[in-house]
Design a protein around this ligand. Structure first.
Ligand code: GRF
Length: 189
């Protein structure tokens, strides 16, 4: 059974999709959820699913202790699912090749600092793009620049608002993120 750690700051719909996949497939379990937001929806998911969680604070974080704590769960993968901080280099270094992220656009376009959530979709619509999508990639010390594992595309329609585009993108995310995780775990078996 593979151990997965999820880092998330928001509602956690991707975390929920991954937990559901774990339950269906019995190949992995989410052993820890880490968040930087005490009120994040993803923590309600953790509580309901009886998954241990950790709330970290940028100003008081002790990186070496956090690393020790993460290592104690022996994660096969650390999965960022809407986590709003840049992961410290000590963590990307320790877990090199094991940290993945999902970005709601086709990187390298619409990535980097400030490009998250609705900012991404608004920028895509304002630029008149006909297509957007998702990027699942490895995380290294440079935000949004790790090697790409998978991209999936969808149309941007003329009438799209950032909300309607976000809904279409979320569907892609919920479909592909668990499948990419399954693929990566199979390579470790
Ligand atoms: C997703 O759109 C993901 O691409 C981005 O943050 C969002 C998280 O959404 N990195 P949710 O909390 O999983 O619903």
């Amino acid at each position: 059974m593979h151990s997965l750690i999820i880092f998330a700051s928001g509602t956690g719909t991707n975390a929920a999709a991954i937990i559901a996949w774990c339950k269906e497939n019995n190949k992995a379990k989410v052993s820890l959820i880490v968040s930087n937001k005490p009120g994040a929806g993803v923590l309600d998911i953790a509580r309901n699913e009886h998954i241990p969680f950790l709330i970290i604070d940028k100003h008081t974080i002790h990186e070496a202790l956090l690393i020790e704590q993460l290592q104690s769960y022996h994660p096969s993968l650390i999965i960022l699912a809407g986590f709003m901080w840049k992961i410290p280099a000590s963590i990307t270094g320790t877990f090199a090749g094991k940290i993945i992220n999902i970005h709601p656009a086709l990187l390298p376009a619409y990535g980097g600092k400030g490009m998250y959530g609705h900012h991404v979709h608004e920028a895509v619509i304002t630029a008149g793009e006909k297509e957007s999508g998702i990027t699942i990639h490895y995380v290294n010390e440079a935000y949004d620049e790790g090697n790409i594992i998978l991209q999936a595309h969808c149309a941007v329609q003329n009438a799209d608002t950032s909300d309607t585009l976000a809904t279409r993108i979320h569907k892609l995310e919920h479909y592909y993120y668990p499948r990419v995780i399954e693929f990566l775990l199979a390579q470790l078996d």
